[in-house]
Write a protein that binds this ligand. Structure first.
Ligand code: PEP
Ligand code: MG
Length: 831
């Protein structure tokens, strides 16, 4: 195709962009181009095209040529401050214009006197798609004279590859079941940044810079979709090859909310007993009665520009840096779930798509705040429109960062909310930072929007705040002070309940409170049933901070250390020394209590950036858990050696995830024995298996011959037994581990293990479900490993149980027809 010729839109002296006294243009943040120091006050179309933008102040106009090239003409510097004075627009947005057609006139004397400079940059803003191949520079031109020649780069619409290997293009098909989610997108962006090339991903719906996680996510590229990868620059060919390889073979499984602490399966109230109110989705368990308090974040007004685009750019940079360092500091404290969410926020804060959009807006005259807001909202809208609810929920994270940066720019602290104690917080939606900032005495929260995998739900669960999400717009119409009953287990909000309903809820709550207080007071006691059967209560951990909190809550050990969460967001696997140090720190935080360290459980719903995996038709049934470790013997050996180095000897035990047959356990055992010999480690090491596959449950007798202990991973076991994706929000209410089929398999596991005298624990979310604990005890489970927040209550409940009644309950539960029936059975039997 023929190249596009741009003529000079104004008469004057043409110079390079480098000489424009504004870093936004001089550093080509908006793209390549030229600048004209004008001698006339008329701006004319440099080519035929459609007007894309025409600033209200009349000082900047952009148009798109038929080839797709987008050209911005910005008259003078800091001219936005003139608010239109001296400018007149002669075109309108959407209008098709002919070459040379008059677009803007301006009073050159007035603008020369009042603005910082008359120099007018003319920039190609979609720079990855078009390159300037010839330019008139360092000479005087008349409007309409030749200014520059633009060529479309290879692979882009109508483009042809320029010679010299500086542009390259190829196609890649997305193999991931859930498409280019946050984690795969972040992997692509990280890899793309390593090349000296501009790389773009092009789909049928649009295109994205490959170095922007957000822009890639916003493409919404799904499984089986073919993307074109276009690159220009010295590394173009290598970049395209690497991107194709990464997308097609290197991204492993899909990203889901696997890092979230398990949300307890909802025990729905029987429909007939459900009073009138708002039905939502259970997001964090618990019951609360309190006064409604609408949390309405005051709209933050953004200030108009107070300085040059350079000043506004610097202000935005400083605000981003300040928010970034606050997030980084907070990420290293608190529970693992909070750290992971804040790490994701840090990644977004530095995202290239946001930075570019904000820079463009500043260059077009916006203030730092207005530019940041428009950049964020554009991206948030793109995410909201994506069909995948898990991605759409991430829009709330963007809006959260919008607020934090705007507050920083205003130099004001976040507004302090004075909340009545026990208030039930109502909001259309909440930002993760707002949930983190809620005082501990908050009763519960209910939002009109949101989903069960949103960061708000995860944080509420981690903080022990009962929560219901997606209860509909009616949430926002409830008056402040109205009495509410919020049932986080059932996903229900009762508004202005009647006296009887209120009384019933109060008595349920009083029982719960008493139980909680009692449980906390007795958290340090050894866990036994009322009739003396020892049932250990351990905690599931993802960090040393979790370990300290768990011990305070009375945890008698750690039944599951999810080691894959200790080393997220790294490009290289952790080495033996690093692992040994982390495990030792957690062992010490546990003060000598048993520590069950699970070998790496990646694949499926838990990709690890440092372990690229090939495309899989169905990652949930693919290379995951122990299958990954056995394919990476060096990694497995390093991990086993690191575990064996934990002191005192015997505190650390090894647990193998996603086992389907005995030979997998035997293979790991062989690695353990070799490591023991190498390290001169005489003491025996306990090696156990997780029961997460139906195969492991039904062959527990075979596994128990070789395993020192078995531990039921009820989250995965349930998803495989019920054939329901545990991360699919649409199935959140149905993936209930109290399904009789799951209970029968747990019973079968215990029987198989008992044949060889092996103990069985449960370390999935079921262990922390108070409705499940008596049944599990009755089935013969000897250790329950729960989230740290549930430890004290589970211990307290166990103290009230008798083995005989638990065994009766377990028998009856296994005979039920559904999980719902099991839950109804339990409601009548537990205190
Ligand atoms: C489980 O599957 O129940 C389990 C504990 O493992 P994870 O939740 O880490 O997959
Ligand atoms: Mg699992």
């Amino acid at each position: 195709m023929t190249n596009l010729i741009l003529t000079a839109p104004l008469s004057g002296w043409v110079g390079p962009l480098d000489e424009v006294p504004d870093p936004v243009f001089a550093q080509r943040m908006l793209g390549d181009g030229l600048a004209i120091d004008p001698t006339s006050g008329e701006v004319r179309a440099p080519c035929a095209g459609k007007i894309l933008t025409l600033h209200a102040a009349g000082h900047a106009v952009s148009l798109r040529a038929a080839s797709g090239a987008e050209i911005l003409i910005h008259v003078g510097l800091e001219t936005v401050a003139l608010a239109g004075e001296g400018f007149a627009a002669h075109a309108r947005v959407g209008q098709d214009v002919a070459p040379g057609e008059l677009l803007i006139t301006f009073d050159i004397d007035l603008v020369a006197r009042r603005a910082a400079s008359l120099v007018t940059p003319i920039v190609i803003t979609n720079r990855a798609a078009f390159a300037i191949v010839r330019r008139a520079q360092d000479l005087a031109v008349e409007a309409g004279d030749f200014l520059m020649e633009i060529e479309a780069v290879a692979g882009l619409p109508n483009g042809e590859a320029p010679a010299g290997g500086e542009a390259a293009s190829a196609e890649a098909t997305v193999p991931l079941a859930h498409g280019l989610h946050a984690r795969p997108a972040a992997r692509i962006a990280t890899e793309a940044r390593g090349f000296d090339a501009q790389i773009r991903l092009v789909s049928a719906r649009g295109e994205a810079s490959a170095t922007s996680t957000l822009a890639i996510m916003a493409l919404g590229a799904g499984e089986g979709e073919t993307l074109r990868i276009d690159a220009t620059g010295p590394d173009a060919a290598a970049a395209v090859t690497a991107m194709v390889e990464l997308i097609e073979h290197g991204l492993g499984g899909p990203e889901v909310a696997a890092a979230a602490p398990p949300i307890l399966a909802p025990p729905p109230l029987a429909e007939a007993r459900r009073p009138a109110g708002l039905v939502g989705i259970p997001a964090a368990p618990g019951l609360a009665i309190g006064a409604a308090h609408q949390l309405i974040a005051p709209e933050i007004l953004v200030a108009p520009p107070s300085g040059s685009p350079g000043d506004e750019t610097a202000m935005l940079g400083a605000a981003l840096a300040a928010v970034g360092s606050r997030l980084a500091a907070a990420a290293s404290q608190g529970p693992a779930a909070q750290g992971e969410i804040l790490a994701a926020h840090l990644e977004i804060l530095g995202d290239e798509a946001l930075a570019t959009a904000a820079a463009q807006a500043i260059a077009a005259g916006a203030s730092a705040g207005a530019a940041w807001r428009s950049a964020i909202r554009t991206q948030a809208d793109l995410l909201r429109r994506l069909p995948d609810p898990r991605l759409a929920e991430r829009a709330a994270d963007l809006i959260d960062l919008e607020r934090q940066v705007l507050i920083e720019l205003g130099g004001e602290p976040a507004p302090v909310q004075h909340l009545p104690p026990g208030a039930i917080i109502l909001a259309r939606d909440l930002a993760p930072s707002e949930v983190m900032a809620l005082p501990p005495e908050v009763g519960g929260l209910c939002t009109a929007l949101g989903g069960p995998t949103s960061h708000v739900a995860i944080l509420a669960a981690a903080r022990g705040i009962p929560a219901v999400v997606a209860a509909g717009e009616a949430v926002t119409t409830i008056s402040d002070g109205a009495t509410l009953i919020l049932d986080g287990d059932a996903g229900f909000l009762s508004v202005a309940p009647g006296a009887m309903e209120l009384e019933a809820a109060q008595s349920r709550l009083a029982t719960r409170h008493a139980r909680h207080e009692e449980a906390l007071a007795a958290a340090g006691l050894e866990s036994r049933t009322a009739d003396g059967t020892r049932i250990e209560v351990f905690a599931n951990l993802g960090s040393a901070a979790d370990a300290a909190a768990a011990v305070l809550a009375g945890a008698e050990g750690c039944g599951l250390l999810r080691t894959e969460f200790l080393f997220l967001d790294r490009d290289s696997p952790p080495d033996e020394d690093e692992q040994a140090a982390r495990y030792q720190a957690i062992a010490e935080a546990l003060g000598g209590r048993p520590l069950v360290i699970r070998t790496l459980d990646v694949g499926g719903d838990k990709p690890a950036p440092y372990l690229p995996m090939g495309p899989e038709e169905n990652p949930a049934l693919g290379i995951r858990g122990v299958r990954v470790s056995l394919r990476h013997p060096d990694l497995l050996a390093a991990q086993i050696r690191a575990i064996l180095r934990v002191r005192p000897l015997g505190q650390a035990r090894i647990m193998v995830p996603m086992v389907a047959s005995l030979d997998e356990l035997a293979a790991v055992r062989a690695v353990v024995e070799r490591a023991r010999t190498e390290l001169g480690h005489d003491a025996p090491v306990q090696v156990g298996v997780m029961v997460e596959t139906p195969a492991a449950a039904v062959t527990a007798d075979l596994l128990a011959r070789e395993a020192d202990f078995l531990s039921v991973g009820s989250n995965d076991l349930t998803q495989y037994v019920l054939a329901m994706d545990r991360g699919n929000p649409a199935l959140a209410g149905a993936v209930d581990a109290l399904h009789p089929a799951v209970l029968r398999l747990i019973g079968q596991t215990v029987a198989g293990a008992a044949a060889h005298g092996r103990p069985v624990s449960v370390c999935g979310a079921l262990a922390g479900d108070l409705a499940a604990a008596p049944i599990l005890v009755g089935l013969g489970i000897s250790t329950l490993s729960t989230p740290p927040a549930a430890v004290a209550e589970v211990k307290g409940l166990i103290r009230t149980l008798s083995l005989q009644s638990c065994q009766d309950l377990a028998r009856r539960a296994q005979a039920c027809a559904s999980a719902r029936e099991v839950r109804s059975l339990v409601i009548g039997m537990t205190p």
